[in-house]
Design a protein around this ligand. Structure first.
Ligand code: ATR
Length: 302
């Protein structure tokens, strides 16, 4: 990698940030297209967020990704929002257009493209069932409404959080003349009533994430239609128990890893104006995972 006075800096701000896959993915893409860019990760405390954003302008960074916990708070420091960022109520990508900081949300796009490219299904006219109501659910539910899903049904352990997401969707969906959807209880029987009509079934909870023990979603598998597609926002492990079981039963499954890759690809395109090398980005992430798996295995042997 050659770094000189013309190298453009991009990166990601969050806290914690050391686990981020984005530097590996973006630097591989810059390298593949011989673009004079470098991607770095910055741990930024909440109280320093405004200064960090001002730094983008002051130092002339091409842009930055924003991750947990800053995706919502960062909005007040930006000059403009894209329609998706407004709809989702969170920003994960900032583009510095000649000193003007524009907030985008490419997470929803990442979700939509992952479904399209990995399972050949689009959101338009589909019934989407979303388990969970946190940050990932906001992007996924918002994008589903924006892309013309027939219905969005939410379920969450804490009902109040599902209610506040639904209220948010209702407000935003009025703007794009879509129906928002409904909430059903966190209970297998309630799920059984909605699953026979669900085309896309999405887990956005952290259940299934590495380090969470043997916790598993209690899915009434016998009530799911034959051509349903399963998506899990969790990508560590790359194939969760939820996806493994769906795959074993013959359903198409999509890992959250592809949402990560496509949200990154869109950010790359915004900053560089170039078509992102998807295969390179995918390979970089998969290689990183494979190496990490080996290192973890080494550790357990030690
Ligand atoms: P993210 O930004 O990744 O979506 P988050 O905003 O912290 O993360 O949201 C986590 C989601 O996982 C929430 O829907 C949470 O449910 P609650 O609102 O009830 O907390 C869900 N979640 C986490 N652990 C869970 C568990 N053990 N059982 C059920 N839901 C769980």
């Amino acid at each position: 990698m050659k770094i000189d006075a013309e190298t453009r800096l991009v990166g990601v701000i969050g806290n914690p940030i050391s686990h981020s896959l984005s530097p590996v993915m973006h630097n591989a893409a810059f390298d593949a297209l011989a673009l004079n860019y470098i991607y770095m990760a910055f741990q930024v405390e909440k109280d320093d967020l405004e200064e960090a954003v001002k730094g983008i302008r002051a130092l002339g960074l091409a842009g930055i990704n924003v991750t947990i916990p800053h995706k919502t708070c960062v909005i007040s420091f930006l000059d403009e929002l894209s329609p998706e960022a407004e709809m989702i109520g969170a920003v994960n990508t900032i583009f510095n257009r000649n000193g003007k900081l524009i907030g985008y949300n490419t997470d929803g796009y990442g979700f939509e493209m992952a479904l399209q490219e990995q399972a050949g299904i689009c959101l338009k006219d589909k019934n989407v069932f979303i388990i969970g109501a946190g940050g990932a659910a906001h992007a996924i539910a918002g994008q589903s409404v924006l892309s013309g899903a027939s219905s969005v049904t939410l379920t969450n352990r804490t009902f109040e959080k599902a209610k506040s997401l639904m209220e948010f969707l209702n407000r935003s969906s009025c703007r794009c003349n879509q129906n928002a959807g409904k909430i059903i209880p966190w209970d297998k029987d309630a799920w059984r009533s909605i699953l026979p009509h669900s085309d896309i079934i999405v887990n956005t909870t952290s259940i299934g994430m590495k380090g969470q023990g043997n916790l598993a979603l209690d899915i009434p598998w016998d009530s799911i239609k034959k051509d349903a597609v399963f998506f899990d926002a969790v990508y560590t492990p790359m194939e969760t128990l939820f996806l493994k079981e769906a795959k074993r039963l013959g359903y198409k499954v999509v890992s959250g890893l592809y949402m990560l890759i496509y949200q990154g690809a869109r950010a790359f395109e915004l900053w560089t104006g170039k078509r992102p090398p998807i295969e390179v980005m995918e390979k970089a992430v998969l290689t990183y995972f494979a190496r990490k798996g080996e290192q973890d295995a080494e550790k357990t042997r030690e």
